[in-house]
Ligand binder design. Structure first.
Ligand code: NAP
Length: 251
């Protein structure tokens, strides 16, 4: 894979899947910008792979635009925008406040909209671009206690499909990746929540989550990063509007 001279922006690049993507895109020769709210987490990843860390919140449109303005000044127009930032707090539907629900939509859905919309004009101007979202199997099926997250991730797939058709003749493709449970800090937080709510042992909780994957294992961040690399490649130019499950056959 050779992405020399491409500028990739990865939201949520300070941990988990986004951090692995930063390393893999840098290895493929891309200029990498990583976004997130925690400067220290971004700096650590940036040091490993010579990425540009930009502290911003994807739900804050003005802050995101300002951050991307600086990144484009240093690395050129964005060629590949990966909307990977997300959060999956769990709550029973009846205990979820309107604010909880809106917070979930803000980071998991509006955050994708914001990143893509800010990056798109430059892609259209050059007649080439890749808009990629990390959705989830929760964008394709329901899970209990994460209805806000599921609603947002389903929304990401609707956004992807509509925009893919709208941009089909522009040279910009739009795709979503839909992983099952991935071994990252987010998964660890889900396990901790199950342990605290049910009294299960951590290994029992992990086993119950693993068992949803027919292959009986967690997805690795490396597998999600490789899918993004492929979607960014010339070979995937005709792949548009897809919701690509990476789930061992769960869906
Ligand atoms: P993670 O390690 O918790 O990463 C999430 C990243 O998003 C963090 O780096 C976080 O950084 C960033 N983030 C959260 N809110 C943000 C905001 N408002 N603005 C900017 N950045 C924000 O978890 P992960 O598993 O790698 O998650 C990556 C993506 O995969 C997410 O979209 C998640 O929904 C999806 N996914 C995860 C799983 C799983 O089992 N882990 C399964 C399917 C899909 P800061 O806190 O520094 O902002």
């Amino acid at each position: 894979m050779n992405l020399a001279d491409k500028h990739v922006v990865i939201s949520g690049g300070g941990s988990g899947v986004g951090a692995e993507m930063a390393v893999q895109f840098a290895q493929a020769g891309a200029k990498v910008t990583i976004l997130g709210r925690r400067a220290e987490a971004l700096d650590e990843v940036a040091q490993n792979c010579d990425a540009l860390p930009v502290t911003c919140d994807v739900t804050n449109r003005d802050g995101l635009s300002a951050g991307l303005f600086v990144a484009s000044d240093l690395n050129g127009p964005v060629d590949i925008a990966i909307a990977n930032a997300g959060a999956a707090p769990s709550l029973p539907f009846e205990k979820m406040s309107v604010m909880d629900f809106e917070d979930s939509l803000a980071v998991n859905l509006t955050g994708v909209f914001n990143l893509w919309q800010v990056c798109l004009p430059g892609m259209k101007a050059q007649g080439w671009g890749r808009l990629i979202a990390v959705s989830s199997t929760a964008g394709l099926k329901g899970y209990p206690y994460v209805s806000g997250y599921c609603a947002a991730k389903h929304g990401v797939i609707g956004l992807t499909r509509a925009l893919a058709v709208e941009l089909a003749r522009s040279g910009v493709t739009v795709n979503a990746i839909c992983p099952g449970f991935i071994e990252t800090p987010m998964l660890q937080r889900s396990i901790d929540t199950i342990v605290s709510k049910t009294g299960m042992r951590p290994e029992q909780a992990a086993k119950s989550l693993r068992s949803g994957n027919p292959q009986g294992r967690f997805i690795q961040p490396d597998e999600v990063a490789k899918a993004a690399l492929w979607l960014a490649s010339e070979g995937a130019a005709s792949v548009n509007g897809t919701a690509l499950p990476i789930s061992g056959g769960e869906i």
